[in-house]
Design a protein around this ligand. Structure first.
Ligand SMILES: [Fe+2]
Length: 291
């Protein structure tokens, strides 16, 4: 049985399969760990190790296959399997993306965008209710990394998230790196985006690496791609400091899913997040920012 933990103040890291044995065997210092349940559902040995790890660390469950934006409905069998894992690790937080990735039983390997309009709000409100009932926990909604948007959207992403919070009472996971890269790709101001989010609804923050690639649809322009395969960029650290001042210190996760480095590198990024958050929320800095 997992121990019950409170929300940590220290930053955490994504627990990926290459580091699972090391975490179970050596219990290195880390504030908390976030898993993708889909990595464990068909892997009983990894699940056994995860249960062992959950005795030592707060665990957050970050779903990538629940697909709250699917027009064809939520896969209840998948929800049941995620619930079984949740019951085993007793997570401090459960979350997923403002996106869709399944349709009528087909699973796509991408988190796809949604039109921000009244119809999507109603769909998400229904699905959030269904997911929270099935999982027995509040379900945090994460802002996506954006590359394209819908011309039919009637509100921007910040307005949409604010309205979703207002209607459903859901809470949000703000991926600061996603805000930076989406702002670049979609042509809006990342700081203005942070200013517009409902601060009282923010429960968790994410930081991850991204890469700059040529934008094939727009020759000469650069697209930032959410690869989770490198160190957090300086611009994302600056935006993170700003987010910490606006939201207050929140459990922050370093996400790294590709070209996974040795654990010390990941833990070093978590240490940096702690240092940036502490400096950004020091009383003298907050007083200066308020003037
Ligand atoms: Fe994220």
């Amino acid at each position: 049985m997992a121990r019950s933990f409170r929300l940590p103040r220290q930053a955490g890291v994504g627990l990926r399969l290459p580091h699972l044995v090391e975490f179970a065997a050596t219990v290195p210092r880390a504030g908390w760990l976030e898993i993708h349940p889909e990595n464990f559902l068909a892997n009983p040995h990894a699940t056994e190790l995860l249960i062992e790890v959950s005795r030592h660390y707060p665990i957050s469950v970050h779903t990538v296959g629940v697909s709250i934006g699917s027009a064809s409905g939520i896969d209840r069998v998948h929800l049941k399997r995620v619930r079984a894992l949740i019951d085993m690790v007793d997570p401090i937080l459960v979350s997923g993306h403002l996106a869709w990735s399944t349709h009528a039983g087909d699973y796509l390997n991408d988190l796809l965008p949604l039109p921000y309009d009244e119809e999507t709000l109603r769909l998400l409100a229904r699905h959030l209710d269904e997911v929270q009932q099935a999982l027995g926990r509040p379900y945090l909604v994460e802002n996506p990394s954006s590359y394209v948007g819908f011309g039919t959207s009637t509100m921007n992403e910040v307005e949409f998230l604010g309205e979703l919070v207002h209607r459903t009472g859901c809470r949000l996971l703000c991926d600061v790196s996603n805000v930076h890269l989406s702002a670049h790709n979609m042509g809006y101001d990342a700081y203005h985006y942070i200013d517009g989010l409902p601060a009282e609804a923010i429960v968790e923050l994410h930081l991850g690496g991204f890469s700059a690639e040529d934008d094939e649809a727009n020759p000469g322009a650069t697209l930032l791609v959410d690869t989770h395969g490198s160190l957090v960029a300086d611009q994302a650290w600056d935006l993170y400091a700003y987010a910490c001042r606006r939201f207050g210190p929140k459990p922050t996760l370093i996400e790294w899913d590709n070209d996974i480095p040795p654990l010390e590198i990941l833990l070093g990024e978590a240490d940096r997040a702690d240092a940036v958050a502490a400096a950004a929320t020091a009383p003298e800095v907050c007083r200066a920012a308020a003037r």
